[in-house]
Write a protein that binds this ligand. Structure first.
Ligand code: HEC
Length: 143
């Protein structure tokens, strides 16, 4: 007699496979939100936009438009500043000097590129620097 699976065993294996496929496809269909629950890094926070800051004016508004893509949560600015500064979020800082902000933006600092006048005018940068040096943070306290 040959050695191999007997007929009942074949059937059982087939049933198991079918069951596995059914479980897989069923799971994929019902849970689009599953990746976040499966471990791995937490999803990145939503980028801060003006829509999320309805009260933003002047310097705060310009900051959201020109700087927050790097200086918001998970931004490259916050990430790199966290290596050397306790409070990496510029909007939460109480110790920023107006001229320091302007100097850093115009000349670049460390890994931050210089920001030219074509990108941010002197007037806008002055407003941003006043806003950051005021230490007051966002109007309405959002984010
Ligand atoms: C392309 C990303 C990027 C943009 C846009 C950006 N920054 Fe930065 N910024 C950085 C990075 C990165 C650092 C940290 C530099 C380092 O320490 O190497 C930094 C650091 C700074 C610092 C220094 C803080 C300190 O305590 O030394 C200031 C001030 C600053 N940024 C202001 C601004 C302002 C104002 C704007 C908008 C006009 C702006 N940045 C836009 C990336 C950016």
């Amino acid at each position: 007699m040959k050695i191999g699976m007997s007929k009942p065993l074949y059937l059982a294996a087939g049933a198991l496979l079918l069951g596995t496929f059914a479980a897989c496809s069923g799971g994929a269909e019902e849970s689009p939100a599953a990746p976040a629950q499966r471990g791995g890094p937490a999803p990145a926070p939503d980028p801060v936009t003006l829509a999320m800051r309805p009260n933003a004016q002047g310097g705060e508004k310009a900051y959201v438009e020109k700087c927050i893509m790097c200086h918001g949560a998970n931004g490259m600015g916050n990430g790199l500043l966290a290596r050397r500064i306790d409070v990496p979020d510029l909007e939460e800082r109480k110790d920023l000097d107006r001229n320091y902000v302007i100097m850093a933006a115009r000349h670049g600092i460390g890994n931050m590129p210089a920001i030219p006048r074509g990108e941010v005018s002197d007037e806008q940068l002055g407003q941003i620097a006043d806003y950051l040096a005021s230490g007051k943070g966002p109007a309405g306290g959002a984010q």
